[in-house]
Design a protein around this ligand. Structure first.
Ligand SMILES: Cc1cc2nc3c(=O)[nH]c(=O)nc-3n(C[C@H](O)[C@H](O)[C@H](O)COP(=O)(O)OP(=O)(O)OC[C@H]3O[C@@H](n4cnc5c(N)ncnc54)[C@H](O)[C@@H]3O)c2cc1C
Length: 354
């Protein structure tokens, strides 16, 4: 079996893992990233909206931007109930992820594609076992592990942490018939504790549905079919599907995402927003924080320094997640019409913040 060693082993080269790898390498650590996929960022499982400020924070140029958006409009039973400023961009998410991964490589991180991190030999602090699809195995000795391996994080399991509650989402790419500078979210009793969306992407749109239960019959795919059909009947989108995707959005925060010599970042850490499901911003910001503190722990020879990552994250974003989690619990308990509760449970309404 092959054997490698490094200071920081990162599992996953999504925005969280690549940002962690870049920050740790820039701080002088020797970094290896194991990525299960053969190509970073593909297939895309995202509606591809990011807030404008993230483009500056990510610091990887702007080649991934497809169009700017000015705000977000919310609809209840077909009527617009909110028109909120939310400057941002709709992006080519694969190009974005690849740009961060390239920046990590430029900083000195080594990315092993097609390599899944599948276990730790001898429990805590043991070397991490990587496995390729052809069965080749490699053991990696390291001083810190960063789990940036998405909502069903294996690293979280090694840390003894529970699986996160996730919500399923499906999406179709459709021709957009008129240019649009707003993202749209749609609330309806057909989408319990969830919503449908239309995010404009140049001449196309990402149109999707994510929710907890399926009351309308036929499940999530049928709900998406009905939603896309309504948008087509209104003349907003065309009918010909240009692509489909699906995925899982974590809708619960974690109390703990640091243990021993391991930390979690991004979706693995439960940092996605439990109400909106958005998580790219948090993955980039939290990933970079995790990487900086991982390098610091290596430099000081003290895994205890990793707890500073949790403190910094809680100062930065903890309150947002605590509020969103409480609103999600309320939304999921609610059995009446969504109109009764939407202002308390959706971001941007005054009632959400009181
Ligand atoms: C349908 C859908 C639409 C969304 N739309 C938006 C949106 O518009 N805006 C937004 O901000 N967020 C959106 N999100 C959420 C967003 O995609 C995630 O929050 C974001 O991808 C989190 O980044 P991450 O790096 O933590 O995880 P990921 O992007 O999931 O990256 C994890 C990486 O780890 C790899 N991996 C997994 N297991 C292993 C292993 N054992 N070993 C090695 N590698 C492994 C995976 O292959 C993957 O590359 C959406 C999610 C879904 C499902």
């Amino acid at each position: 079996m092959k054997r490698l060693s490094c200071d920081v082993l990162v599992s996953g080269a999504g925005p969280a893992g690549a940002s962690a790898a870049r920050a740790a390498a820039e701080a002088g650590a020797e970094v290896i990233v194991a990525e299960r996929r053969r190509v970073v960022g593909r297939p895309v499982r995202c509606a591809e909206y990011i807030p404008a400020m993230l483009a500056g924070q990510a610091d990887v140029g702007r080649d991934y931007v497809v169009q700017r958006v000015e705000g977000m409009r919310a609809f209840l039973d077909g009527e617009m109930i909110q028109d909120m400023e939310a400057p941002g961009c709709v992006i080519n998410r694969d190009v974005f992820d690849q740009a961060i991964a390239s920046a990590a490589e430029k900083a000195g991180a080594r990315i092993l594609l097609g390599s899944a991190a599948v276990g730790r030999e001898g429990g805590d602090h043991g070397p991490v076992l990587l496995q390729r699809a052809d069965g080749e195995e490699t053991l990696v000795d390291c001083r810190v592990v960063v789990g940036a391996d998405g909502p069903f994080s294996r690293v979280a399991g090694w840390m003894g942490l529970p699986r996160l509650r996730c919500l399923p989402a499906v999406q179709v790419r459709l021709p957009l018939l008129e240019p649009m500078v707003h993202t749209r979210t749609y609330f309806d009793d057909e989408y319990p504790a969830g919503y449908a969306w239309l995010f404009p992407k140049g001449e196309e749109a990402n149109v999707g549905v994510g929710m907890t239960r399926h009351p309308g019959g036929g499940g999530l795919a049928a709900a998406l079919g009905r939603f896309a059909g309504r948008l087509a009947a209104e003349g907003v989108v065309g009918e010909e599907a240009l692509g489909r995707t699906c995925g899982w959005v974590p809708v619960a925060r974690r109390e703990t995402f640091v243990a021993g010599d391991a930390v979690l970042a991004g979706d693995a850490a439960g940092h996605a927003h439990p109400i909106t499901g958005a998580g790219v911003f948090q993955a980039v910001m939290g990933g970079a924080m995790a990487g900086r503190w991982a390098a610091e722990a290596v430099r000081k020879g003290d895994a205890g320094r990793l707890r500073e990552y949790a403190r910094e994250w809680e100062d930065f974003y903890g309150d947002v997640l605590v509020r969103a989690q409480s609103r999600r619990e309320l939304w999921e308990r609610h059995r009446g019409p969504v109109g009764e509760i939407i202002r308390t449970c959706w971001v941007g309404f005054r009632e959400y913040y009181t």
